[in-house]
Design a binder for this molecule. Structure first.
Ligand SMILES: Cc1cc2nc3c(=O)[nH]c(=O)nc-3n(C[C@H](O)[C@H](O)[C@H](O)COP(=O)(O)OP(=O)(O)OC[C@H]3O[C@@H](n4cnc5c(N)ncnc54)[C@H](O)[C@@H]3O)c2cc1C
Length: 504
């Protein structure tokens, strides 16, 4: 391939990248290249069945990352989608906003423009909410969102909702309304069974534009820098694409890895890998936060074929501030067939810790762009995180013993296991440690903030500190993890940055 010049190259066609490319190509005089490592399925008819199916997540198009072993030698899968649409094309399609306090904290940390009041117009503009038309919601944005009606709930989901009510949790009609905490229907971006990725909600309408080129199956090795000015990207294989501006949207593992390979990161570590140092930015790859997840598993009848996620309970653990965001998610998942269960079926009461205090990192093993990064996901490293996950397990157990949900439990608890009593917190903690996994919400590895000496990688407009013509706009820029699933917030970040980039 010869050298091609673009006004903007967007690296990574995920939740954020598809939005950026769609918005930036609205002005057809601007030439935009969207580069994606994985394949492209341009129309709904082309989608593999699992990618189309909005009832459950899939990991068939995946980078295959696993975490570095923890102190006990345990690694966990860290799925990251590799296709146009990114994780929005494979995820569980829970479409949730963080609490206002989450975004207000970003602004208070030196990022003016990111308070909830300033983001609310963007949250409204991106959604077409089928259930609520009030000051909190939009009706004509690109992302459809709806909640199941009580009549649509599967028998298990209905029982979960009723058990949570019986156990004393407040009823929530709308989890995306500020202040919501309790049990209510899950808002999801699924239409007629189809998962509405940003490839469908944003990129599809832009594909015919003369200024937009989508290049799939192309892995970006690094950003080409002239001094500290971005002037293009180098692909694996050696081809160089020239561009006036480069926007990284390769996600919380991909974006810091590309920056390191470009010589942008902690100088000492780059040198140790034999990488050139263009910009010493110690925060690149640091500050990784993720929501840990663990379930109480229960035996039940097999053979169910309906929806598996329809309701969500949000609540505060005993250690959460009373007026702050709920720090726990609980939801029923299943039933699934499971030959290992004595009944042939299993369902989980899944618990997620939404305000983890543990922080990990993403680093490189080598300069080789085809080698997976070293991901220290740090789940439960902070003792407070483990204690709150034990609280969550105890609450999940309480719900499993509450009617009508208790009627679905056809035998002794499978995990943590009926032999472990509620009073034995240390045995429950050991079980949580053994089984904890990811809720798949890594953020923070190219954090936004005013001061690069204190770990900030990008400024409040998502431009890389100290560089010219280089931005990061994806989940990696979140300076702190919101108390909600991260897809919608990644989309909102991309919408904001696209407006600023279009004005540069
Ligand atoms: C299994 C699963 C379930 C989830 N469920 C939910 C949910 O229900 N609700 C929710 O809100 N969130 C969910 N999430 C998380 C959410 O989807 C992510 O937070 C969000 O998609 C992140 O968006 P992003 O744009 O930062 O990154 P991504 O969507 O991951 O996009 C990054 C893109 O960049 C590409 N890329 C990376 N490196 C390179 C390179 N070197 N060259 C070229 N391309 C590259 C990748 O292939 C990918 O397409 C889930 C995630 C997973 C994995």
């Amino acid at each position: 391939m010869g050298t091609v010049a673009y006004d903007v190259v967007v690296v990574g066609a995920g939740s954020a990248g598809c939005v950026l490319a769609a918005r930036l190509s609205e002005d057809e005089r601007r030439s935009v290249l969207l580069v994606e490592a994985g394949p492209d399925y341009p129309s709904v008819a082309d989608l593999p069945a699992d990618v189309a199916d909005g009832t459950r997540p899939t990991v068939a198009h995946d980078w295959g990352f696993v975490s570095e072993p923890d102190e006990a030698g345990r690694s966990v899968p860290l799925p990251r989608a590799r296709l146009v649409g990114g994780c929005s094309a494979t995820n569980a399609a829970f479409l949730l906003r963080g609490w206002p306090a989450d975004y207000d904290a970003w602004a208070a940390a030196g990022n003016p423009g990111w308070s909830f009041a300033e983001l609310l117009p963007v949250f409204r503009a991106v959604e077409a909410d089928a259930d609520f038309a009030d000051r909190w919601h939009g009706g004509d944005g690109p992302i459809p969102v709806r909640r199941p009606s009580p009549q649509e709930l599967s028998p298990l989901q209905h029982a979960f909702v009723r058990a949570a009510e019986t156990a004393g949790h407040a009823v929530v009609e709308d989890h995306n309304r500020p202040g919501a905490a309790g049990i209510g229907p899950m808002p999801r971006n699924v239409r007629d069974g189809l998962r509405m990725s940003t490839s469908l909600t944003h990129l599809a309408a832009a594909r015919d534009r003369s200024g937009l080129t989508v290049r799939a199956d192309a892995v970006v090795d690094r950003v080409e820098l002239s001094g500290t000015r971005a002037c293009g990207v180098r692909l694996v294989g050696g081809a160089v694409v020239e561009a006036a501006r480069v926007v990284l949207a390769a996600g919380s593992y991909g974006s810091p890895a590309i920056l390191w390979r470009s010589g942008v990161g902690p100088a000492d570590r780059l040198r140790a890998l034999g990488l050139p140092v263009a910009l010493d930015l110690p925060g690149v790859g640091a500050n990784l936060a993720d929501h840990p997840l663990v379930a109480v598993d229960l035996p039940t009848a097999p053979g169910f074929r309906g929806p598996v996620f329809q309701a969500l309970l949000t609540m505060r653990s005993a250690r959460a501030p009373r007026d702050g965001p709920p720090d726990l998610h609980l939801f029923a998942a299943g039933p699934f067939d499971d030959a290992a269960s004595p009944t042939g079926g299993v369902f989980g009461i899944v618990t997620g810790l939404m305000a983890p205090r543990s922080r990990g990192s993403v680093r490189l093993r080598s300069a080789d762009p085809t080698e997976a990064p070293l991901i220290d996901v740090a789940h439960l490293r902070h003792p407070d995180d483990l204690a709150r996950m034990v609280d969550a397990t105890l609450e999940a157990r309480r719900l499993s013993r509450t009617l009508p949900l208790a009627g679905f439990v056809d035998g002794p608890e499978l995990a943590p296991g009926a032999a472990i009593g509620d009073e034995d917190r240390s045995a429950i903690a050991a079980s949580v440690r053994d089984r904890v996994g990811s809720y798949h919400h890594p953020v923070g590895t190219c954090a936004m903030g005013p001061d690069p000496r204190r770990g900030a990688v990008v400024d409040r407009r998502c431009a890389v500190h100290g560089a010219q013509g280089l931005w990061v706009a994806d989940a990696s820029v979140m300076p702190a993890i919101p108390s909600a699933n991260t897809n919608l917030t990644a989309v909102v970040i991309a919408e904001r940055v696209a407006v600023w980039l279009a004005a540069v």
